[in-house]
Design a protein around this ligand. Structure first.
Ligand SMILES: [Zn+2]
Length: 368
């Protein structure tokens, strides 16, 4: 049986269907692997290097002498839940490297790599026009099984172009646009969220705050029950560019709580319970040291390093990867498809291969 299955898989390039029926890709923009795996960086909890306004409060909240306690204080869901029930790639202190393959080290090229599985050198600006490439989201949305069941909700206004909203055929809600229209705006909760979007002060004109976007995501899930969902948080990048490390830590901590909230909300719904996998990552890293921690880009060393976390019914409790293996951002698209039993790699030969270690056991055996 095992041999026959292996033959079948390699001949047909199919993926073993596991328990996953829904996937959620969550990206928090520009959150460094250093904070994920080491917690707060002591030298940056400072007025000068970190722009921290209240160092006493920030240290009390996020600083612990022990690295494990420190990262748990920052990202409790990551270290209590994902590290015990899922898999985490990218702790370079343990020899695990997760990296981007694009040379740009900024957002549009990174999201394009995440969504399509490949570096496209044509994309050289965050202002690049609508994406000529078809994302794995659009590829899935064209299949009858996913029609009307794909969506993207994010804080940054570039996503309408990165997903090519005009062409994509699924909902892309981003920036300060009110998330709910027509019949969807008629629930009290949707009306309230729209009001927050309309009335909040705009710290960034093209990027809304994470908290209302998160609330919109939950309301969207309740109303539309998507099977393939992208959620894009933006504050971890914005506060770093502003040079405010205390706000970076706060927003990372909030995102961890948002992910827990999404997980608990979806596990309480019959459509998602026991059949939903979360893939969580970032679009790029940043520099290190007293000033370059704020930045990323082609000339910033270290900004190519990221992290990837996976939690779901088919992914083993591998915990923190401690091997010398290297995984790449370009593998995310095919991994999302493979979790659903779909073969993106054959359809898109230039894409990175799925991360086999997070897939159902039959796929892992067949593709080792
Ligand atoms: Zn940035």
């Amino acid at each position: 049986m095992a041999l026959a299955l292996v033959g079948l898989l390699s001949a047909g390039n199919a993926h073993a269907q596991g328990k996953t029926r829904n996937v959620v890709l969550i990206v928090t923009d520009g959150l460094r692997w250093q904070e994920v795996f080491r917690g707060a960086e002591r030298a940056l909890v400072s007025r000068n290097a970190g722009g921290v306004r209240d160092t006493t409060f920030t240290l009390r909240t996020f600083w612990r002498a022990d690295v494990d306690a420190r990262r748990r204080a920052l990202l409790p869901f990551f270290w209590e839940r994902i590290a015990t029930q899922g898999t985490l790639f990218g702790n370079q202190d343990q020899g695990s490297v997760a990296a981007i393959t694009n040379t740009r080290r900024f957002s549009y090229p990174g999201y394009n790599e995440i969504f399509t599985g490949a570096f496209d050198p044509r994309i050289d600006s965050n202002d690049y026009p609508p994406n000529p490439n078809v994302t794995v989201f659009e590829w899935l949305a064209r299949k009858p099984a996913y029609k009307g069941k794909v969506a993207a909700i994010a804080t940054w206004d570039a996503f309408r172009r990165i997903f090519n909203r005009e062409r994509a055929g699924f909902d892309v809600i981003d920036s300060w646009d009110e998330p709910f229209r027509g019949a969807m705006a008629s629930t009290p909760r949707a009306a309230m969220i729209n009001e927050w979007y309309r009335t909040s002060v705009r710290m960034w004109e093209n990027n809304t705050f994470d908290a209302p976007m998160h609330a919109a995501t939950k309301e969207y899930i309740r109303q539309k029950k998507p099977r393939v969902l992208f959620v894009g948080y933006g504050e971890t990048d914005e506060w770093a560019h502003a040079g405010m490390y205390d706000m970076v830590l706060q927003s990372a901590h909030r995102v961890d709580g948002f992910i827990r909230d999404l997980w608990d909300t979806m596990q309480a719904m019959p459509e998602y319970r026991g059949s939903t996998t979360f893939v969580i990552t970032t679009d790029h890293g940043r520099g290190s040291g007293a000033t370059t921690w704020r930045d990323h880009g082609e000339d910033v060393d270290g900004a190519e390093n990221i992290w990837i976390a996976v939690l779901g019914p088919d992914t083993p409790a591998g915990g923190e990867m401690r091997t010398t293996g290297r995984v790449t951002q370009s593998q995310v698209a095919a991994t999302l498809a493979a979790l659903l039993g779909e073969d993106y790699l054959t359809a898109t030969p230039g894409a990175g291969a799925p991360l086999t270690s997070v897939l159902p056991p039959a796929s892992r055996a067949a593709r080792r």
